[in-house]
Design a binder for this molecule. Structure first.
Ligand code: FAD
Length: 445
């Protein structure tokens, strides 16, 4: 490590905002890449040379200008809860930890304006106190930052009503470029997709405006079914029923519910479960849908207990994988997109081929207006070859896969690659922002 640049950096941001201790730097160079047994050995030893924790936009700009001058890579970090090593610095340099930019700037009727390091959980709490709430958030919301969600996530709780990040769930972003004199650009509308799920490769987001919803009183319900198909039919019917206001529709097959240790005693042994967040007053409609699909309503958490006990969303999205990993470290996962209406046939084919090697977990979302079963199937890992065989089988049966076992946007991303590359050419001509995650084609460098 160049002692010289760390001395200069300390003068620039103040010694308290520059972390150099091995353990601290090591910890802040990691995210949840270890969910992938493919990525774990490859990223285990990657670390930055220093972590900088700016307290203002001005400091962000100063750090970027300094890094540009010295040719030092910069990897931005929110809370480091991403799953594919997005926030892991592949080429050392600086981890730019934005957790110090944590001010909620404005809460309006339709929109909240925040600094990028604001935690989604803190924002949701503040919004609900004013009669509003987030539209969408990941199951890691207590830790995850708004900037990290926009740059590393996709959707989550709320996506059954509001879609994912690309469905109008970001209205404006303030971005700093990596140049001699970093520019502050304000991006809206059709320019935004270049910065959504971009892993911070083409700019550092310091401020965001996101649309918000009116507060709803959420009741949490588990509906139980003898088989997974019935559970899916129920989930699909609820997902399509516009009379039910909802935030979460997540069917999982047995034995996945047996991994949910804190609530397992409240769940039926051997049954498939659909985890739901629906508005108060939806009880009868849910019971009718459950009965029609041959199931029954089980464990419920009334709305006055919302956020006061462990919530059902703590067992959904990629938290489902976390509980599976806790139960048995040989599990890993995939990110899949099933056909909006033909998904049961696709699931049957997969189960016939792989049995319990692939355990089904769907998350219904409404994307571009269409209700679709997104999915994070839990997969028993044996070898990389076998994992990619399973991926190929999914794809050959029309099930889309966003590969979570790669750190590159080219291989695993889900955003608009061309737009991201154009923004990278314009904003990061030296390729210093999170290098290795999005490459400007060789001939152009
Ligand atoms: C148990 C578990 C459950 C999860 N559930 C979900 C889920 O429901 N939905 C979902 O979408 N994801 C989920 N994730 C992934 C992840 O938690 C979320 O995407 C989360 O929003 C990331 O936020 P973060 O602040 O931790 O970002 P980080 O992990 O710190 O960063 C994510 C990426 O964005 C970049 N970045 C961060 N901040 C900025 C910034 N201000 N400017 C530019 N680049 C930036 C980083 O360099 C990195 O590439 C889950 C992960 C785990 C471990």
């Amino acid at each position: 490590m160049s002692v010289e640049w760390t001395k200069e950096m300390a003068e620039l941001v103040g010694p308290e905002r520059l972390l150099l201790g091995f353990d601290q730097v090591d910890k802040l160079s990691k995210d949840y890449y270890w969910y992938s047994p493919v990525l774990e050995p490859l990223l285990r030893d990657k670390r930055a040379e220093a972590v900088v924790v700016p307290e203002s936009e001005e400091q962000v700009a100063q750090v970027l200008a300094f890094a540009w001058r010295e040719g030092i890579p910069v990897t931005t970090r929110g809370a480091g809860t991403g799953n594919y090593g997005q926030a892991v610095p592949l080429e050392g340099g600086i981890v730019l930890d934005l957790s110090g930019l944590d001010r909620v700037l404005e809460i309006g009727d339709e929109e909240a304006r925040v600094q990028a390091g604001v935690r989604l959980g803190a924002l949701e709490k503040q919004l609900r106190e004013t009669g509003k709430e987030l539209r969408i958030y990941p199951s890691t919301f207590m830790k995850a930052t708004v900037g990290g969600f926009v740059c590393g996530g996709s959707g989550g709780i709320g996506s059954i009503t509001w879609g994912n990040l690309w469905d109008g769930n970001v209205t404006e972003a303030v971005i700093y470029t990596m140049e001699e004199a970093p520019r502050r650009i304000v991006v809206r509308g059709s320019e935004l997709p270049a910065y959504i799920h971009n892993y911070g490769t083409n700019g550092v987001l310091t401020e965001l405006a996101i649309p918000i919803a009116r507060r709803t009183e959420w009741r949490q319900t588990v509906a139980q079914f003898d088989g997974f198909e019935a559970c899916c039919r129920f989930a699909h019917a609820v997902a399509l029923d516009d009379a039910i206001r909802k935030r979460l529709v997540a069917p999982v097959e047995w034995p996945i519910p047996s991994f949910f240790k804190p609530i397992v005693k409240r769940l039926e042994s051997g049954s498939a479960a659909c985890l739901l967040e629906t508005a108060d007053g939806s009880e009868q409609a849910l019971a009718a849908h459950a009965e029609a699909a041959g199931g029954r309503i089980g464990y419920t958490i009334p709305s006055d207990q919302y956020r006061k006990t462990i919530g059902l969303s703590d067992f959904t999205w990629n938290h489902t994988t976390l509980w599976a990993l806790k139960a048995d470290p040989s599990y890993t996962y995939l990110q899949a997109g099933f056909h909006p209406t033909d998904f049961l046939r696709q699931i049957r084919l997969i189960k016939a081929e792989y049995g319990d090697e692939v355990l089904m977990h769907l998350e219904f979302i409404r994307s571009a207006g269409v209700v679709v079963p997104a999915s994070l199937p839990v997969v028993r890992y044996t070898t990389r070859e076998r994992l990619y065989e399973i991926i190929a089988f999914f794809r050959s049966n029309g099930v889309g896969i966003n590969d979570p076992h790669t750190w590159t946007l080219e291989m695993g991303g889900r955003g608009e690659l061309e737009a991201m590359l154009a923004a990278k050419r314009a904003n990061d001509p030296r390729g210093l922002l999170n290098p290795g995650k999005l490459q400007i084609p060789v001939g152009e460098r």
